[in-house]
Design a protein around this ligand. Structure first.
Ligand code: B12
Length: 405
């Protein structure tokens, strides 16, 4: 298989025992596996939706709450009902799952249960042996499954290109493209600024205020040594666990700068796939990063943490020259007032209209996030091509500036 093995892991509803799965996740990624981690206290429906959208080979469940026989079986049942019975289910739960339980669970379609004392190496080997081969395509798929598998095909073509350097164009994956293009919002900023929580809060507002809107999220996390990746943004997303939201987690797969080699192709497909908005989140970026080409997104949001260090640091953040909106998140922190003033001054040097918004994204019904949502909505009525031209101009200027530093 050309791309790394992808699995999704989760802990069931009414269960906070996440220590085992955290250890197992790390071992998997160290051995080149991409792990989409959904977190703990998760419903069957959320696990199945996420597994389908992420197009994983298998779901690994760590269960300690005693309801494993029913829970695992329901995951298998719902996968089958949604046409994704080729996604395997495996897991463990130490001494809470007995040998007899495991026999019943296997009869109900579970692949494998790992008992207390199994070594991490054995689990990695099992995943490699059983989930490393490309699955035989289910004859006719539609909806989320079809879209998810096209995204995988795009990622695969880039992985093959890296090996053979002659892969075909990604165009062939979108023959039935919708001519309407979704609005694409790009979110970037340093790690730990709260981008994912902010996006999740914006999703809540989109869902509440536009009762029919459909949203896609393309979220990036870094690949690590060994080419595995912990794709953990879903664990922070609460509101995005919704049938009107399609989320895909991507690993950077060796590319620096905040995005993956396949991002552009995947974004193009999503933007023409009947969504109203596509939100793209980069990995945590550094001072020089300009992750979005001007034609890639309609609007850029730079999310910052008030603790960026001395004022001088702001002169070095190139995104401050090009972002349409700068969000200072975590403004409940002590340094927030000073940070807002300093960033305002920094933006004033640019001499064009950039908005600055103060938020506390982790707070429900945060007024700042409401303001951000309103700004984004206002902007959607402005001309997209004008804005792209302006962004393009600013990008060019910012790139020149970094080159001459
Ligand atoms: C650590 C622990 C805790 C920690 C959890 C920390 C955390 N963040 O995970 C704390 C102290 C917080 C805790 C709290 C509770 N706990 Co507790 N906890 C345990 C304990 C001691 C160890 C579990 C563990 O992490 N093992 C380490 C892992 C690595 O090893 P393992 O379990 O043997 O698993 C192996 C395989 O199964 C496999 N595996 C496991 N998962 C997966 C998944 C995949 C995909 C794969 C491939 C493999 C795999 O990996 C291991 C390989 O050797 C168990 C007792 C026990 N000895 O099992 C109780 C236990 C699970 N807890 C129990 C209980 C009751 C609770 C509480 C309800 C107590 C209370 N009244 O407050 C709370 C509930 C917390 C919550 N929110 O859900 C009970 C559950 C009883 C039941 N289901 O009938 C147990 C069994 C203790 C007991 N004997 O009563 N707990």
């Amino acid at each position: 298989m050309s791309s790394p093995i992808r699995v999704l892991t989760a802990v069931p509803i009414c269960d906070g025992h996440d220590s085992a799965i955290n250890t197992i996740n790390l071992e998997f990624i160290r051995h080149g596996i991409e792990v989409v981690y959904l977190g703990f206290h998760r419903y069957v429906g959320d696990i199945v939706r996420a597994a389908i959208q992420e197009d994983v080979a298998a779901i690994g469940i760590s269960s300690y709450n005693g309801g494993h026989v029913e829970f695992f079986a329901e995951v298998v049942r719902q996968l089958g009902k949604r046409g994704a019975s080729d996604i395997a289910v495996f897991g463990g739960g130490g001494g809470t799952i007995t040998q007899d339980d495991a026999t019943v669970m296997k009869r109900k379609g579970v692949d494998q249960i790992f008992f207390a004392g199994t070594s991490l190496a054995d689990m990695v080997e099992y995943v490699r042996q059983h989930y490393g081969k490309r699955r035989t395509q289910v004859a006719k798929v539609e909806g989320d499954i079809a879209l998810a598998r096209k995204l995988t095909a795009i990622e695969d073509s880039f992985a093959q290109r890296r090996r053979r350097r002659n892969a075909g164009s990604t165009r062939r994956f979108g023959p039935e493209r919708n001519s309407k293009r979704a609005r694409v919002l790009g979110f970037t900023g340093p790690g730990g600024a709260g981008k994912t929580t902010l996006i999740d809060e914006l999703v809540l507002r989109f869902l509440q205020r536009s009762p029919k809107a459909r949203i896609a999220i393309l979220s990036h996390d870094p690949s690590v040594v060994g080419e595995g990746a912990l794709l953990g943004d879903r664990a922070t997303m609460i509101n995005s666990q919704n049938d009107r939201v399609f989320m895909r987690s991507m690993a950077t797969r060796g590319q620096s700068g905040g995005l993956s080699p396949a991002t552009e192709g995947c974004l193009d497909l999503l933007a023409h796939s009947d969504f109203d908005y596509v939100m793209i989140e980069t990995v945590g970026t550094g001072q020089e990063a300009l992750p979005f080409r001007s034609t890639l997104v309609d609007q850029t949001v730079l999310v910052m943490n008030p603790d960026y260090g001395a004022r001088l640091q702001l002169q070095k953040i190139v995104m401050l020259d090009v972002a349409d909106i700068v969000v200072v998140n975590k403004t409940d922190l002590e340094r927030a007032k000073a940070a807002l003033l300093e960033i305002e001054h920094r933006l004033a040097q640019n001499k064009y209209r950039q908005q600055i918004v103060a938020t506390v994204a982790k707070r429900h019904r945060d007024h700042g996030v409401d303001m951000l949502y309103d700004l984004i909505m206002q902007d959607s009525t402005a001309g997209v091509s004008d804005r792209r031209n302006q962004t393009s101009e600013r990008q060019r200027a910012a790139t020149m500036k970094t080159r001459t530093r």
